[in-house]
Every structure is written in structure tokens, then in C-alpha cells.
Write a new protein. Structure first.
Length: 259
């Protein structure tokens, strides 16, 4: 499937959405780029363009060198905590409001889908909303964690109950996906009529296997992302423009259909 542009592509995607009994969105870093959050792999600008994530974002670094770990994550949490949803996030919330979108499966940890109004969001890689203490189970919200980071001489937030090093509620390299989130994502991908993949390279496993699950069950896959993906040839529709423009175009095309 070659990339489709303009009104024709939006109309084709709108017809798929309108005809589907159930639509599930799968989103990656690209949907949050218009909010000012860099993606991971773009040359020069991506988060991992100039640093090896295994040296700062791995669970073993959190255990062995929490100062190094939190020097990175403290800055990242502070930055992400101040961003706002963009019109691509709001377009998915509008699709849900219209009864056209069942759920959002997201690889993002920024919480922007919920802030835009989506109510059924499966956070496959966790969330920056807070941290927990693996030693005693205590939990702290993001606002408190940022204060603890600022107050600590070494920049490491520690548990107020037992002084253990706090761990962010995100999936680090070396972590397993949350069991409930992985199970529900596989279930939704395997039962939906249309999996709408937005802003993801679809190369990070096990999330990368979700489109295959949809296809094997007889559903269709539509892709809205600038980068190439392993599923481009299998996609019923492939849009490669700006995610905001493409999703706003989808809503306009649904309006034209009266859907």
C-alpha cells in the first residue's frame, strides 16, 4: 500500500472508520511531537539520537546508579509535566465522543490522551503520573516527586516512609509490560475491525505485534505516521502527513459522510 495524501486518503480512512463495528487506536511518540515532545529515533532530534538509552533508562541503572538515572528522568518528568495535548489527541477524543473509537492503546507515558478527553486509554508503557517505592509500596504523585527531586542534594527522590529510592511508573528498558495492559491490548487488537496506528514506527516489541494480531483475526490496519513501518504493505490506508492535519482531515471526511 503506497502512502495516500489529501482528501482522497481522508475519505478512504473515513469510510473504513464508518463501516467498522469497532475501531481501536494504537499511538506512539509521533502523536505527541506537535505538543513539543521529541520522538525517540529521529536523527539529531530524537531522544535516543545522541545517547544510548541502555545507559540511562534501563532498570539496572535505576538500581545501580540512581543519581545518574534520576538526573535524566527528573528533567524528563519536569518537561513532560508541562506539555499540553494537541489537536491530534483531541481528534481521538472526538472520535470516542462520536462513538467511533472504542479505546486508545498508547506507547506514550505523557498522559496527554486522558488530558485531551479520551476516557478508555491503555498505557502500555506506564505513565509519568507518579512513582512508587518497590521496597514498601508507597506511592507519590508527579507533583510530589518533582518536589522531592528538587529538595534532594543528589537529585534522587526517596520514599517518605522507608527512604527507598522511588521508581517511576513507566516501563523501563529491562522491565516487562504491565500484565493487565498487555492482556487488554492483545484482546482489543484481536477483536477490533480496524486498528488505527498513529505516530508509531511499529518496531518495538511486543507492541509491534498488535497489528499482526488484528490482521490474523480478519480486521484491517490503517497507518498514520511519517516514518516507514513493517506493515505499510498490509495497510488498508496509509497516510504519511502531519498527524494533526491527517486526523483533522479524518474528522472532516466523517462529517462529509454524515458519520
Amino acid at each position: 500500500m503506497s502512502t495516500t495524501t489529501g482528501t482522497d486518503g481522508h475519505d478512504r480512512l473515513a469510510r473504513l472508520v464508518a463501516d467498522a463495528g469497532s475501531v481501536v487506536a494504537l499511538t506512539g511518540a509521533g502523536i505527541s511531537v506537535p505538543s513539543g515532545i521529541p520522538d525517540f529515533r529521529s536523527p539529531e532530534t530524537g531522544l535516543w539520537a545522541n545517547v544510548d538509552p541502555m545507559t540511562i533508562a534501563h532498570v539496572d541503572v535505576w538500581r545501580a546508579d540512581p543519581v545518574r538515572f534520576w538526573a535524566y528522568y527528573g528533567e524528563r518528568f519536569a518537561r513532560l509535566g508541562g506539555v499540553q495535548p494537541n489537536d491530534a489527541h483531541r481528534a481521538l477524543a472526538e472520535l470516542e465522543r462520536r462513538g467511533r473509537l472504542q479505546a486508545v492503546l498508547t506507547q506514550n507515558i505523557d498522559g496527554l490522551h486522558e488530558r485531551a478527553g479520551s476516557t478508555d486509554v491503555v498505557e502500555l508503557h506506564g505513565s509519568i503520573a507518579g512513582c512508587h517505592c518497590p521496597a514498601c509500596g508507597a506511592r507519590e504523585p508527579l507533583k510530589t516527586v518533582l518536589r522531592l527531586i528538587a529538595d534532594a542534594d543528589d537529585g534522587v527522590p526517596r520514599c517518605a516512609v522507608c527512604a527507598g529510592v522511588l521508581k517511576p511508573d513507566v516501563v523501563l528498558f529491562g522491565d516487562m509490560l504491565p500484565v493487565d495492559a498487555e492482556y487488554r491490548s492483545r484482546s482489543l487488537a484481536g477483536t477490533c475491525d480496524l486498528l488505527l496506528c498513529i505516530g508509531s514506527s511499529l518496531q518495538v516489541w511486543p507492541v509491534a505485534g498488535l497489528p499482526e494480531r488484528t490482521l490474523e483475526a480478519g480486521g484491517a490496519v490503517a497507518i498514520v505516521t511519517a516514518s516507514a513501518t513493517p506493515y505499510d504493505d498490509a495497510a488498508a490506508v496509509r497516510l504519511g502527513g502531519d498527524v494533526v492535519d491527517e486526523l483533522q482531515g479524518l474528522l472532516a471526511a466523517l462529517d462529509r459522510l454524515g458519520a
